[in-house]
Design a protein around this ligand. Structure first.
Ligand SMILES: *[C@@H]1O[C@H](CO)[C@@H](O)[C@H](O)[C@H]1NC(C)=O
Length: 96
């Protein structure tokens, strides 16, 4: 498999829709460390399953985040860096 995205991806809005699709696409394209971030934890668990279907070896971090809260955003990045050491790609698809 081509490793288009070696490194660490952080995706907000990952519980559904475009964000979920992007997270799965990263996994398909060889990004094996992905932080899935959203306010909808059950949606995140669904995305995690989809990611692991296409990339069983992937390391997935599920992060609850309320992006309207600055503190939550800081913690989201902090938790991701704590687990994976870095963030290479950040995709912000959360919105309403
Ligand atoms: C959370 O995600 C699940 C799974 O996609 C969805 O069924 C549910 O409606 C979502 N909840 C909210 C509050 O958006």
């Amino acid at each position: 498999m081509a490793l288009l995205f070696p490194g660490v991806a952080l995706v907000t809005g990952a519980a559904s829709g475009i964000g979920q699709g992007i997270a799965v696409a990263f996994a398909k394209d060889g990004c094996s460390r992905i932080a899935l971030c959203d306010i909808n934890v059950s949606g995140l668990e669904e995305t995690k399953l989809l990611v692991l279907q296409v990339a069983p070896e992937a390391q997935v971090l599920v992060v609850y985040v309320d992006l309207s809260k600055e503190q939550d955003v800081k913690e989201m990045v902090h938790k991701t860096v704590q687990k994976f050491g870095r963030v290479d790609y950040a995709v912000n698809t959360a919105g309403m």
